[in-house]
Design a protein around this ligand. Structure first.
Ligand SMILES: [Zn+2]
Ligand SMILES: [Zn+2]
Length: 117
């Protein structure tokens, strides 16, 4: 079961709903990256666990869902492999740089988390 979060940039208002790091669900593993081609925070697929492959299995491992680019850098407080408890995660002030203006992204106050599979 994967969880995604609503992140927002306090400087330019950019928002993204992503996992904030590597995460594994029932069907796929993903990680959050900054796509360098389209300057968006996106979750890219890092591994597939489903069999037989689902209809969207043509989506390449590591490809940006917006532009299909694979030029990206890992994003998020767990990107380095650090393990954070939920309390530690929610207490962070700086989750990673905004892909638009490079300010520190924060978690939205209404902190909606979404279970994605
Ligand atoms: Zn920004
Ligand atoms: Zn992209």
């Amino acid at each position: 079961m994967g969880t995604s979060y609503e992140f927002a940039c306090p400087s330019c208002g950019y928002e993204a709903n992503v996992c904030g790091g590597p995460d594994t669900g029932a069907l796929v593993s993903v990680k959050t990256v900054t796509c360098l081609a389209c300057a968006e925070l996106v979750d890219v697929v890092t591994a597939r666990h489903e069999w037989p492959p689902s209809a969207d299995a043509h989506r390449a491992i590591g490809a940006c869902p917006h532009c299909e680019g694979s030029d990206s850098v890992p994003w998020g407080p767990r990107a380095s492999g650090a393990s954070l408890s939920d309390d530690e995660f929610y207490a962070l002030q700086d989750y990673g740089p905004c892909p638009k203006c490079h300010a520190s992204m924060g978690l939205k106050p209404d902190g909606v988390t979404m279970l994605w599979d």
